[in-house]
Design a protein around this ligand. Structure first.
Ligand code: UDP
Ligand code: MG
Length: 176
C-alpha cells in the first residue's frame, strides 16, 4: 500500500480543450473527442460555438505581445470551435501529451497534432522575442497548460450551468 500514490479529490483537475476552426471544418470533431473519451477522462462540458473576437483575445491574453497574435485571433474566430471541459487526476498534463507539440511538424505520431495536422510552410512569421523562424499554422486543438489556466479557461468559455457534475458508469473500471 503506497499512500503517496493514492489520488485524493484535490488531485482532480479540470482542463479546457477546444477543437479549433480547422478541426471542425475538416470533420475531425468525432475523432478528437474519441481520443479523450477512450483515454478515460470525464467530459463535463461540450458545445459548438462561434467565438467573438474579445473572448479570443482574453483567452490568449498571455500571447498579446507576440507578432503572430493578430493571426491567432483571426484563426480562432474564423469559424465555429468545439469547447470542452474534461476532468480527472492529472488531466491537464495528460491532455497536453495526447495533443502533442504546438507545431504539428514536431508533434510525435500518436498525438492528435502529430496524426492529424501538418505544417504547410505558408504564413511564416518571425517571433522577435525568440529570434526564431516561427511557422504560423493550423494545429486543430487547444489544451490548457496548467490546472489554474484550466479553471480560468473553463470559466471564460462556459456559462453557469453548462458544466455538468456526473459519475460515469465506467468509473469503478478505471480506478480502484
Ligand atoms: N502559435 C503559432 N506559432 C507559434 C506559437 C503559437 O501558430 O509560434 C499558435 C498555435 O495555434 C498555438 C497557439 O498559437 O496553438 C497558442 O500558442 P501556445 O504557445 O500557447 O501553444 P499551445 O499551448 O497551443 O501548444
Ligand atoms: Mg497554450
Amino acid at each position: 500500500f503506497l499512500p503517496h500514490l493514492v489520488a485524493s479529490m484535490e488531485d482532480v483537475e479540470e482542463t479546457y480543450i477546444m477543437i479549433k476552426p480547422d478541426g471542425v471544418q475538416r470533420g475531425l470533431v468525432g475523432e478528437i473527442i474519441t481520443r479523450f473519451e477512450k483515454k478515460g477522462f470525464k467530459l463535463t462540458g461540450l458545445k459548438l460555438f462561434q467565438c467573438p473576437t474579445e473572448l479570443a483575445q482574453e483567452h490568449y491574453k498571455d500571447l498579446q505581445s507576440k507578432p503572430f497574435f493578430p493571426k491567432l485571433i483571426n484563426y480562432i474566430t474564423s469559424g465555429p470551435v468545439v469547447c470542452m471541459a474534461w476532468e480527472g487526476v492529472g488531466v491537464v498534463a495528460s491532455a497536453r501529451k495526447l495533443i502533442g507539440a504546438t507545431n504539428p511538424l514536431n508533434a510525435e505520431p500518436g498525438t492528435i497534432r502529430g496524426d492529424l495536422a501538418v505544417q504547410t510552410g505558408s504564413n511564416y512569421t518571425v517571433d522577435s522575442q525568440d529570434s526564431m523562424l516561427i511557422p504560423f499554422g493550423r494545429n486543430v486543438v487547444h489544451g490548457s497548460d496548467s490546472p489554474e489556466n484550466g479553471k480560468r479557461e473553463i470559466a471564460l468559455w462556459f456559462k453557469q450551468g453548462e458544466v455538468c457534475q456526473w459519475t460515469p458508469a465506467q468509473e469503478p473500471w478505471l480506478t480502484e
